[in-house]
Design a protein around this ligand. Sequence first.
Ligand code: GLU
Ligand code: ZN
Length: 327
Amino acid sequence: MSISVRFAPSPTGYLHVGGLRTALYNYLYAKGENGRIVLRIEDTDQSRKVEGAVGQLMSAFDVMGIQFDESPKNEGECGPYFQSQRLNLYKKHVGELVDKGLAYPCFCSSERLDTLRKEKQALKLSTQYDRHCLSLTKDEIKEKSESEPHVIRLKVPDSESITFNDTVRNDVTFNTEEIDDQVLLKSDGFPTYHLANVVDDYHMEITHVIRGEEWLSSTPKHILLYNAFGWDAPKFAHVPLLLNPDKSKLSKRQGDVAVEDYLKKGILPEALINFVALLGWNPGDDREIFSMDELISEFSLERIHMSGAVFNQEKLSWMNNQYLKEL
Ligand code: GLU
Ligand code: ZN
């Protein structure tokens, strides 16, 4: 089977160094396996739209020497792959789940949900949705659908233990009791991250999902969706968080996080690639200087480690100096 991976950023207006590392690992894996890498823009949150974000992202990747086999050509242009241009596809698939009885419309107002959450919080109960709308009759649903805004929720199985394999963490087990009836389709007709991500990974025939650890808690929800659709799930590899030297999550407050900032400060693209490659992966010995081609031939998912990786600015300067000396 041939390998397909993807990098699936939300357009924020700059390329985060963590995003660069995720994209790089996907790229190295795809190139090393003669596979394909897709760039997919996850722009379904209309409130977080940033003008020009995709253009900026594409030029950052250009400078960094990462090319995608399939990527959006121009902002606003139809084609691979902006999620905001694929709304019908998500709607179609969510409709299938409703027909199968695996998802259901929810008409609850945000006021009702708020009150419910507060009441449950006060009683120290889990704040999951109470399935109020699951008991509506077909006729009630039909009548309400015509006049009231609603979302579609996944009907999460009551109490099942589900295990998936993560290349970095081995078996990960969760119980469906811990999972809320996820919203799949919002009342504005846009999909949530979970729905769009799974539908697209399926349609784009993605075989390996390599992404940041912050998405690990979403994976059970994705597995439930693959099961509901009757699709095979891809393989997963969650790469460790990037940390500040004090071990807190890498943040703007403690230094730059945009690739563009480092380039402006005189860091060479090759040095930055080399540096982020070693944040979460190692070659198994103490070599530290790698060209892109060397990384492609050395990289393997098995050597990604689980513990967080400290983003050490001095190390980056040292590495940059090694590259400058070579010039
Ligand atoms: N849109 C998500 C992000 O911004 C994608 C996560 C994933 O790769 O599934 O990183
Ligand atoms: Zn409801």
